[in-house]
Design a protein around this ligand. Sequence first.
Ligand code: NDP
Length: 311
Amino acid sequence: MEEKNVYTLEDLRDWKTATAGLEKPIRLAVFGDPVEHSASPLMHNAALEQMGQAYRYARVHVKPDELEEAIKLAGENDFLGVNLTLPHKNSALRLVGEVDDQARKLGAINTVLFEHGESIGFNTDGPGFVRAIRSEFYVDVKDLRVLVLGAGGAGRAIAVQCALERCAGLILANRTLEKAERLAQEVAPYFESERLEGPGDRLQVVPWTNDRIAAVLGSVDLVVNATSVGLRRSDPPVLPAAILLPHLMVYDTIYVQRLTRLCMAAQEAGARWANGFSMLLWQGVLALEIWLDRDAPVEVMRQALKETLGV
Ligand code: NDP
Protein backbone atom coordinates (compact mmCIF):
# COMPACT_ATOMS: atom_id res chain seq x y z
CA MET A 1 0.00 0.00 0.00
CA GLU A 2 1.14 3.54 -0.84
CA GLU A 3 1.47 6.12 1.91
CA LYS A 4 -1.37 8.68 1.71
CA ASN A 5 -0.60 12.34 1.18
CA VAL A 6 -3.04 13.22 3.99
CA TYR A 7 -4.60 10.92 6.61
CA THR A 8 -7.74 11.72 8.62
CA LEU A 9 -9.24 11.07 12.04
CA GLU A 10 -11.11 8.15 10.50
CA ASP A 11 -7.74 6.64 9.59
CA LEU A 12 -6.41 7.18 13.13
CA ARG A 13 -9.47 5.32 14.46
CA ASP A 14 -8.41 2.25 12.49
CA TRP A 15 -4.72 2.97 12.07
CA LYS A 16 -3.71 -0.65 11.52
CA THR A 17 -5.96 -0.92 8.45
CA ALA A 18 -5.14 2.58 7.18
CA THR A 19 -1.41 1.86 7.25
CA ALA A 20 -1.39 -1.88 6.53
CA GLY A 21 1.34 -2.92 4.10
CA LEU A 22 3.49 0.22 4.49
CA GLU A 23 7.18 -0.50 4.35
CA LYS A 24 7.81 1.57 7.47
CA PRO A 25 5.24 2.40 10.17
CA ILE A 26 4.15 6.02 10.63
CA ARG A 27 5.01 7.13 14.16
CA LEU A 28 5.24 10.90 13.71
CA ALA A 29 2.81 13.35 12.11
CA VAL A 30 1.63 16.92 11.78
CA PHE A 31 -2.00 17.66 12.72
CA GLY A 32 -3.57 20.71 11.08
CA ASP A 33 -6.63 22.12 9.35
CA PRO A 34 -5.68 22.63 6.53
CA VAL A 35 -2.56 20.47 6.43
CA GLU A 36 -1.96 19.52 2.76
CA HIS A 37 0.51 22.41 2.38
CA SER A 38 2.74 21.36 5.29
CA ALA A 39 6.40 20.99 4.31
CA SER A 40 7.24 19.19 7.56
CA PRO A 41 6.93 15.57 6.32
CA LEU A 42 9.67 15.97 3.69
CA MET A 43 12.01 17.68 6.14
CA HIS A 44 11.45 15.09 8.88
CA ASN A 45 11.45 12.05 6.62
CA ALA A 46 14.80 13.09 5.15
CA ALA A 47 16.16 13.36 8.70
CA LEU A 48 14.65 10.01 9.81
CA GLU A 49 16.19 8.34 6.77
CA GLN A 50 19.62 9.83 7.51
CA MET A 51 19.38 8.82 11.18
CA GLY A 52 18.52 5.24 10.23
CA GLN A 53 15.12 5.32 11.96
CA ALA A 54 12.68 2.71 10.69
CA TYR A 55 9.55 4.86 10.71
CA ARG A 56 7.95 7.81 8.90
CA TYR A 57 6.29 11.21 9.47
CA ALA A 58 2.90 11.95 7.82
CA ARG A 59 0.19 14.62 7.53
CA VAL A 60 -3.14 14.15 9.32
CA HIS A 61 -6.08 16.43 8.65
CA VAL A 62 -7.58 17.10 12.08
CA LYS A 63 -10.45 19.57 12.55
CA PRO A 64 -10.66 21.63 15.75
CA ASP A 65 -13.37 19.45 17.33
CA GLU A 66 -11.34 16.33 16.52
CA LEU A 67 -8.09 17.34 18.18
CA GLU A 68 -8.68 15.78 21.59
CA GLU A 69 -9.51 12.39 20.11
CA ALA A 70 -6.68 12.62 17.56
CA ILE A 71 -4.05 13.24 20.27
CA LYS A 72 -5.43 10.35 22.34
CA LEU A 73 -5.44 8.00 19.33
CA ALA A 74 -1.90 8.98 18.32
CA GLY A 75 -0.69 7.95 21.78
CA GLU A 76 -2.61 4.69 21.61
CA ASN A 77 -1.27 3.97 18.12
CA ASP A 78 2.32 4.07 19.34
CA PHE A 79 3.24 7.47 17.88
CA LEU A 80 6.44 9.01 19.23
CA GLY A 81 5.00 12.46 18.82
CA VAL A 82 3.11 14.96 16.70
CA ASN A 83 3.49 18.53 15.53
CA LEU A 84 0.50 20.85 15.73
CA THR A 85 -0.10 23.61 13.24
CA LEU A 86 -2.98 26.04 12.71
CA PRO A 87 -5.51 26.18 14.32
CA HIS A 88 -4.49 23.80 17.12
CA LYS A 89 -1.56 25.46 18.87
CA ASN A 90 -3.54 27.16 21.65
CA SER A 91 -6.34 24.69 22.21
CA ALA A 92 -3.88 21.81 22.62
CA LEU A 93 -2.62 23.30 25.89
CA ARG A 94 -5.54 21.79 27.78
CA LEU A 95 -5.56 18.53 25.82
CA VAL A 96 -2.16 17.14 26.81
CA GLY A 97 -1.27 15.51 30.12
CA GLU A 98 1.69 17.79 30.88
CA VAL A 99 2.90 21.09 29.49
CA ASP A 100 6.56 22.08 29.41
CA ASP A 101 7.24 25.30 31.34
CA GLN A 102 8.34 27.30 28.29
CA ALA A 103 5.29 26.23 26.25
CA ARG A 104 3.05 27.30 29.12
CA LYS A 105 4.66 30.73 29.14
CA LEU A 106 4.28 30.97 25.36
CA GLY A 107 0.63 29.91 25.71
CA ALA A 108 0.83 27.47 22.80
CA ILE A 109 2.06 24.00 21.86
CA ASN A 110 3.45 22.94 18.50
CA THR A 111 5.06 19.64 19.56
CA VAL A 112 3.67 16.72 21.54
CA LEU A 113 5.84 13.89 22.90
CA PHE A 114 4.25 10.58 23.88
CA GLU A 115 6.23 8.95 26.65
CA HIS A 116 5.30 6.23 29.18
CA GLY A 117 1.63 6.55 28.27
CA GLU A 118 1.69 10.34 28.85
CA SER A 119 1.40 13.23 26.39
CA ILE A 120 3.73 16.19 27.00
CA GLY A 121 3.37 19.50 25.15
CA PHE A 122 6.31 21.66 24.02
CA ASN A 123 6.75 24.79 21.95
CA THR A 124 9.66 24.98 19.52
CA ASP A 125 8.42 28.05 17.59
CA GLY A 126 9.83 30.56 20.10
CA PRO A 127 13.18 28.77 20.60
CA GLY A 128 13.27 28.13 16.82
CA PHE A 129 13.08 31.89 16.28
CA VAL A 130 16.05 32.45 18.62
CA ARG A 131 18.12 29.82 16.80
CA ALA A 132 17.10 31.33 13.44
CA ILE A 133 18.30 34.80 14.45
CA ARG A 134 21.58 33.37 15.71
CA SER A 135 22.14 31.39 12.53
CA GLU A 136 21.20 34.25 10.19
CA PHE A 137 22.85 37.21 11.90
CA TYR A 138 25.32 35.65 14.41
CA VAL A 139 23.74 37.53 17.32
CA ASP A 140 21.68 36.59 20.35
CA VAL A 141 18.16 37.93 20.74
CA LYS A 142 18.93 38.75 24.37
CA ASP A 143 21.39 41.43 23.23
CA LEU A 144 18.99 43.09 20.81
CA ARG A 145 16.38 45.81 20.77
CA VAL A 146 13.61 44.14 18.82
CA LEU A 147 10.63 45.60 16.97
CA VAL A 148 7.93 42.95 16.40
CA LEU A 149 5.34 43.77 13.74
CA GLY A 150 2.18 41.71 14.31
CA ALA A 151 0.48 40.33 17.40
CA GLY A 152 -1.23 37.22 15.99
CA GLY A 153 -0.02 33.68 16.68
CA ALA A 154 3.52 34.16 15.33
CA GLY A 155 3.91 37.70 16.68
CA ARG A 156 2.82 36.59 20.11
CA ALA A 157 5.23 33.61 20.19
CA ILE A 158 8.12 35.81 19.07
CA ALA A 159 7.34 38.66 21.45
CA VAL A 160 6.96 36.35 24.46
CA GLN A 161 10.17 34.52 23.51
CA CYS A 162 12.01 37.86 23.28
CA ALA A 163 10.69 38.68 26.75
CA LEU A 164 11.74 35.28 28.12
CA GLU A 165 15.22 35.94 26.70
CA ARG A 166 15.16 39.28 28.55
CA CYS A 167 16.05 41.05 25.30
CA ALA A 168 17.54 44.55 25.57
CA GLY A 169 14.32 46.15 24.38
CA LEU A 170 10.98 45.20 22.85
CA ILE A 171 8.70 47.38 20.75
CA LEU A 172 5.37 46.00 19.62
CA ALA A 173 3.30 47.26 16.69
CA ASN A 174 0.11 45.79 15.34
CA ARG A 175 -2.61 47.03 13.00
CA THR A 176 -5.14 46.44 15.80
CA LEU A 177 -3.47 48.45 18.53
CA GLU A 178 -5.35 46.83 21.44
CA LYS A 179 -3.84 43.44 20.61
CA ALA A 180 -0.32 44.86 20.87
CA GLU A 181 -1.28 46.59 24.11
CA ARG A 182 -2.61 43.37 25.60
CA LEU A 183 0.53 41.54 24.59
CA ALA A 184 2.68 44.28 26.14
CA GLN A 185 0.78 43.94 29.41
CA GLU A 186 1.41 40.23 29.38
CA VAL A 187 5.17 40.51 28.87
CA ALA A 188 5.63 43.60 31.07
CA PRO A 189 6.75 41.59 34.14
CA TYR A 190 9.83 40.40 32.23
CA PHE A 191 10.95 43.98 31.69
CA GLU A 192 10.59 45.25 35.23
CA SER A 193 14.08 45.94 36.52
CA GLU A 194 14.88 45.74 40.20
CA ARG A 195 15.34 49.50 40.34
CA LEU A 196 12.30 50.58 38.39
CA GLU A 197 8.68 50.34 39.38
CA GLY A 198 7.47 49.45 35.90
CA PRO A 199 8.81 48.07 32.63
CA GLY A 200 10.28 51.51 31.73
CA ASP A 201 11.66 52.23 28.26
CA ARG A 202 12.59 48.65 27.48
CA LEU A 203 9.01 47.86 26.49
CA GLN A 204 6.89 50.03 24.20
CA VAL A 205 3.87 49.85 21.94
CA VAL A 206 3.76 52.00 18.80
CA PRO A 207 0.73 52.73 16.63
CA TRP A 208 0.56 51.17 13.17
CA THR A 209 1.71 54.10 11.03
CA ASN A 210 4.91 54.45 9.03
CA ASP A 211 5.70 57.74 10.77
CA ARG A 212 5.39 56.32 14.28
CA ILE A 213 7.35 53.22 13.37
CA ALA A 214 10.04 55.27 11.56
CA ALA A 215 10.47 57.33 14.72
CA VAL A 216 11.62 54.31 16.73
CA LEU A 217 13.75 52.53 14.11
CA GLY A 218 16.91 54.44 15.10
CA SER A 219 16.82 52.70 18.48
CA VAL A 220 16.03 49.22 17.16
CA ASP A 221 18.50 46.49 16.09
CA LEU A 222 16.15 43.81 14.76
CA VAL A 223 12.84 44.27 12.92
CA VAL A 224 10.63 41.15 12.72
CA ASN A 225 7.67 40.91 10.38
CA ALA A 226 5.20 38.54 12.02
CA THR A 227 2.20 39.80 10.07
CA SER A 228 0.76 38.06 7.04
CA VAL A 229 1.53 41.13 4.90
CA GLY A 230 3.77 39.89 2.09
CA LEU A 231 2.30 36.40 1.81
CA ARG A 232 0.78 37.40 -1.51
CA ARG A 233 3.15 38.60 -4.20
CA SER A 234 0.84 41.56 -4.81
CA ASP A 235 1.23 42.78 -1.19
CA PRO A 236 3.32 45.89 -0.56
CA PRO A 237 6.29 45.49 1.83
CA VAL A 238 5.06 45.77 5.41
CA LEU A 239 7.53 48.67 5.83
CA PRO A 240 8.83 50.71 2.86
CA ALA A 241 12.54 50.88 2.02
CA ALA A 242 12.42 54.64 2.57
CA ILE A 243 12.06 54.27 6.35
CA LEU A 244 14.39 51.29 6.86
CA LEU A 245 17.97 52.05 8.02
CA PRO A 246 21.25 50.37 7.05
CA HIS A 247 22.16 49.33 10.62
CA LEU A 248 19.00 47.16 10.93
CA MET A 249 18.68 43.40 10.80
CA VAL A 250 15.35 42.62 9.15
CA TYR A 251 13.73 39.21 9.68
CA ASP A 252 10.60 38.38 7.70
CA THR A 253 8.86 35.27 9.11
CA ILE A 254 7.33 34.70 5.66
CA TYR A 255 9.11 31.85 3.86
CA VAL A 256 7.04 31.27 0.72
CA GLN A 257 9.40 33.41 -1.33
CA ARG A 258 13.15 33.73 -0.82
CA LEU A 259 13.28 37.46 -1.46
CA THR A 260 10.07 38.59 0.22
CA ARG A 261 8.75 42.11 -0.29
CA LEU A 262 10.17 43.19 3.07
CA CYS A 263 13.53 41.54 2.38
CA MET A 264 13.62 43.43 -0.92
CA ALA A 265 12.93 46.70 0.88
CA ALA A 266 15.65 45.89 3.46
CA GLN A 267 18.12 45.15 0.69
CA GLU A 268 17.29 48.45 -0.98
CA ALA A 269 17.90 50.25 2.33
CA GLY A 270 21.29 48.54 2.76
CA ALA A 271 20.12 46.54 5.78
CA ARG A 272 20.84 42.86 6.48
CA TRP A 273 17.84 40.60 5.94
CA ALA A 274 16.61 37.01 6.13
CA ASN A 275 13.31 35.28 5.48
CA GLY A 276 11.38 32.86 7.72
CA PHE A 277 12.89 29.69 6.24
CA SER A 278 15.34 29.38 9.14
CA MET A 279 12.59 29.64 11.77
CA LEU A 280 10.64 26.89 10.04
CA LEU A 281 13.78 24.76 9.87
CA TRP A 282 14.80 25.26 13.50
CA GLN A 283 11.36 24.63 14.98
CA GLY A 284 11.49 21.27 13.13
CA VAL A 285 15.04 20.49 14.26
CA LEU A 286 14.15 21.19 17.90
CA ALA A 287 10.96 19.08 17.66
CA LEU A 288 12.89 16.12 16.27
CA GLU A 289 15.45 16.45 19.07
CA ILE A 290 12.63 16.34 21.63
CA TRP A 291 11.18 13.15 20.10
CA LEU A 292 14.47 11.31 19.53
CA ASP A 293 16.56 12.78 22.33
CA ARG A 294 19.60 13.17 20.06
CA ASP A 295 21.04 15.74 17.64
CA ALA A 296 19.08 16.15 14.41
CA PRO A 297 20.86 16.32 11.03
CA VAL A 298 20.30 20.04 10.42
CA GLU A 299 21.90 20.19 6.97
CA VAL A 300 19.85 17.26 5.66
CA MET A 301 16.69 18.93 6.94
CA ARG A 302 17.71 22.29 5.45
CA GLN A 303 18.30 20.72 2.04
CA ALA A 304 14.99 18.80 2.09
CA LEU A 305 13.08 21.92 3.10
CA LYS A 306 14.78 23.97 0.39
CA GLU A 307 13.77 21.44 -2.25
CA THR A 308 10.21 21.20 -0.92
CA LEU A 309 9.65 24.94 -0.84
CA GLY A 310 11.62 25.58 -4.02
CA VAL A 311 13.52 28.46 -2.41
P1 NDP B 1 -2.45 35.43 12.46
O1 NDP B 1 -3.62 35.37 11.56
O2 NDP B 1 -2.52 34.89 13.84
O3 NDP B 1 -1.97 36.97 12.58
C1 NDP B 1 -1.89 37.80 11.44
C2 NDP B 1 -1.18 39.10 11.81
O4 NDP B 1 -1.02 39.87 10.61
C3 NDP B 1 -1.95 39.97 12.79
O5 NDP B 1 -1.04 40.67 13.60
C4 NDP B 1 -2.71 40.92 11.84
O6 NDP B 1 -3.06 42.15 12.43
C5 NDP B 1 -1.64 41.15 10.80
N1 NDP B 1 -2.20 41.60 9.52
C6 NDP B 1 -2.97 40.88 8.66
N2 NDP B 1 -3.28 41.63 7.59
C7 NDP B 1 -2.73 42.86 7.78
C8 NDP B 1 -2.69 44.06 7.02
N3 NDP B 1 -3.29 44.16 5.83
N4 NDP B 1 -1.99 45.10 7.53
C9 NDP B 1 -1.36 45.01 8.72
N5 NDP B 1 -1.36 43.89 9.49
C10 NDP B 1 -2.03 42.84 9.02
O7 NDP B 1 -1.26 34.73 11.63
P2 NDP B 1 0.09 34.07 12.19
O8 NDP B 1 0.57 34.87 13.32
O9 NDP B 1 -0.10 32.62 12.37
O10 NDP B 1 1.05 34.24 10.93
C11 NDP B 1 1.63 35.50 10.63
C12 NDP B 1 2.81 35.31 9.70
O11 NDP B 1 3.82 34.53 10.33
C13 NDP B 1 2.44 34.58 8.40
O12 NDP B 1 2.99 35.29 7.35
C14 NDP B 1 3.16 33.24 8.52
O13 NDP B 1 3.64 32.81 7.26
C15 NDP B 1 4.32 33.55 9.43
N6 NDP B 1 4.77 32.39 10.20
C16 NDP B 1 6.03 31.90 9.97
C17 NDP B 1 6.51 30.82 10.67
C18 NDP B 1 7.88 30.31 10.39
O14 NDP B 1 8.24 29.26 10.92
N7 NDP B 1 8.67 31.00 9.62
C19 NDP B 1 5.70 30.15 11.69
C20 NDP B 1 4.38 30.75 11.88
C21 NDP B 1 3.95 31.82 11.14
P3 NDP B 1 -4.49 42.33 13.20
O15 NDP B 1 -4.25 41.79 14.58
O16 NDP B 1 -4.74 43.79 13.17
O17 NDP B 1 -5.49 41.53 12.41
